[in-house]
Design a protein around this ligand. Structure first.
Ligand SMILES: Nc1ncnc2c1ncn2[C@@H]1O[C@H](COP(=O)(O)OP(=O)(O)OP(=O)(O)O)[C@@H](O)[C@H]1O
Length: 281
């Protein structure tokens, strides 16, 4: 089991912002965490990584590859980050250091975890750049974050999240800050990478259309509570709560605006569970 969250509760300044949430991500499984703004998605992800803000107190259990995170010493949790679980944030600039070249940053995990020589780690950095389809990998590793486009920087951030060979990737709204056409490319990239590497995925979004393209199962949060979970197809076709009905409506209103949507994906489309990739006939 890549991730096992049991009865996770997070309090900030006496306010309960995540309330008794439980879910799992099996090895290689793709799970979405969906909900409106402020529902507790990001804090749940940060709790998994032991990165809760000051003043936040978590209880319950979060196991990453069998290792308990809640209450564990910082040093032990830090060891899990990068090696067992990688994270991609909405804003790639929060993952990358502006004053170090992309290649140096991609090489760090290889040096730290695998004790590779500087030269071998530099080759690993180029391989990682190639893995995420960055153009001209040999050259791009020499550039600094401000010298590449937003989409390229998000690719680099994904490469960095994968550099330590984690069994679980957490993506927190990783396409929200990008242009619509780039969003489609980045979703395709996640799709390909988690298949190729057989990595588990916890994908956070407020957009059911995005979720339908990338996840098999979803956990729905509302005001910090889990209100629905199940297969994405079931959520879409048989929503049980008003919230999920609303999410379905808003995804339809934007014609399931997965950016690669074909003209056939009209707002009147009946929802076809096999059409998650937006390539329905
Ligand atoms: N550092 C903090 N201090 C105080 N309250 C916080 C802090 N971070 C988050 N919260 C509160 O916790 C609740 C859940 O926040 P969280 O960021 O997890 O929501 P979210 O579902 O990820 O929202 P969004 O989609 O807007 O990122 C919100 O009410 C938020 O205001």
């Amino acid at each position: 089991m890549s991730l096992d969250v049991r009865d996770l509760t997070i309090r900030i300044d006496g306010r309960t912002v995540v309330d008794g949430v439980s879910f799992e991500v099996a090895d290689g499984e793709r799970v979405g965490l969906i909900g409106e703004s402020g529902s507790g998605k990001s804090l749940t992800a940060l709790a998994v990584l032991g990165l809760l803000p000051d003043g936040a107190v978590a209880s319950g259990s979060v196991r990453v590859d069998g290792t308990e995170v809640i209450g564990a010493p910082d040093r032990d949790v830090a060891r899990l980050r990068g090696r067992n679980v990688g994270i991609v944030f909405q804003e790639p600039r929060s993952s990358l250091n502006p004053i170090r070249s992309i290649g140096r940053q991609l090489a760090d995990p290889a040096r730290r975890f695998d004790r590779l020589t500087r030269r071998d780690a530099a080759s690993r950095a180029i391989e990682l750049a190639r893995l995420v389809s960055l153009p001209e990998p040999e050259q791009i590793v020499g550039r600094y974050p401000h010298q590449v486009s937003g989409g390229q920087l998000q690719r680099a951030a994904i490469a960095l999240a994968l550099a330590g060979g984690p069994r679980l990737l957490i993506a927190d709204e990783p396409t929200t800050a990008l242009d619509v056409t780039i969003q489609a490319e980045i979703l395709d990239l996640f799709d390909r990478l988690v298949s190729e590497l057989d990595t588990g995925l916890l994908f956070i979004t407020h957009d059911l259309a995005v979720l339908r393209r990338i996840a098999d199962r979803a956990v729905v949060l509302q005001d910090g509570r889990l209100v629905e979970d199940g297969s994405v197809d079931d959520l879409v076709n048989r929503p049980r709560t008003e919230l999920v009905r609303r999410l379905v409506e808003s995804a339809r209103a934007t014609s399931w605006s997965t950016p690669t949507a074909t003209p056939a994906d009209s707002p009147d489309d009946t929802v076809d569970p096999d059409d998650r990739n937006g390539d329905a006939p």
